[in-house]
Design a protein around this ligand. Structure first.
Ligand SMILES: C[S@@+](CC[C@H](N)C(=O)[O-])C[C@H]1O[C@@H](n2cnc3c(N)ncnc32)[C@H](O)[C@@H]1O
Length: 205
């Protein structure tokens, strides 16, 4: 898995999530970002050009780092400081309580092995009145699609380097004690429903 996960998957991920449509979704999801932002699953920095004015700093957290030259040029082009930290989001994070105005997660909650632990940590570092902004793929509302997702999830976890396609993202967020304030559900055009069923929304503590 080493060569695939270190060299091939990051390129697939970066090109698969960087199209115009994905950028539009990112801009919608991030429209309310402000102040100090913690981004969980920073990946290759594709969100950086989609943040609105009013963001003062982004801390990008990820378990891995890849495509360094590409990521560094995206960071250099950002109109705010960007700090990166290599850490599992489910561990105790090196931030104090209520430190961030905004926490962002895009196409990441599918991959976090201990998602509930990570969401609880996000709650701890999010300021009162702050928001969790999310744009995720997950479990379809259509029963037959969800059945397909359950069946193929073990394969998806291998080819997607830990990605689950059958997580009900809204329920996971609520189970961690967040209150959903907005939720839009739709399917990405041209993408199979099993991996294109989207949860775009906001939540607060
Ligand atoms: C599909 S990529 C999405 C990257 C980026 N958020 C985007 O929208 O382009 C998922 C990212 O989550 C990261 N990730 C997976 N598990 C994680 C964890 N437990 N803590 C932090 N990051 C994690 C992966 O390394 C990867 O960069």
């Amino acid at each position: 898995m080493g060569f695939y996960s270190d060299h091939i998957f990051p390129r697939l991920m970066d090109s698969g999530l960087s199209g115009d449509l994905h950028r539009q979704y990112r801009r919608r999801a991030l429209a309310r970002a402000r102040g100090e932002v913690l981004e969980i699953g920073f990946g290759t920095g594709l969100n950086l050009r989609c943040y609105p004015e009013g963001v003062s700093r982004v801390v990008g957290l990820d378990t891995a780092s890849f495509l360094e030259a590409r990521v560094e040029s995206r960071i250099a082009a950002a109109p705010f400081p960007v700090e990166r930290i290599t850490r599992d989001a489910a561990e105790r994070l090196p931030f104090h309580e209520e430190q961030f105005d905004t926490v962002v997660s895009t196409w990441t909650m599918c991959s976090i092995a201990r998602l509930q632990a990570a969401l609880k940590e996000i709650r701890r570092v999010l300021a009162p009145g702050g928001e969790l902004l999310f744009l995720e793929h997950g479990r379809s509302d259509r029963r037959w699609v969800a059945k397909v997702q359950d069946t193929f999830n073990p394969i998806q976890k291998v080819i997607g380097c830990g990605c689950n396609m059958n997580r009900a993202i809204d329920r996971e967020i609520e189970r961690a004690g967040f209150h959903l304030t907005e939720l839009d559900r739709f399917t990405v055009p041209g993408v199979p429903r099993a991996v294109g069923s989207i949860y775009l929304g906001t939540a607060h503590t």
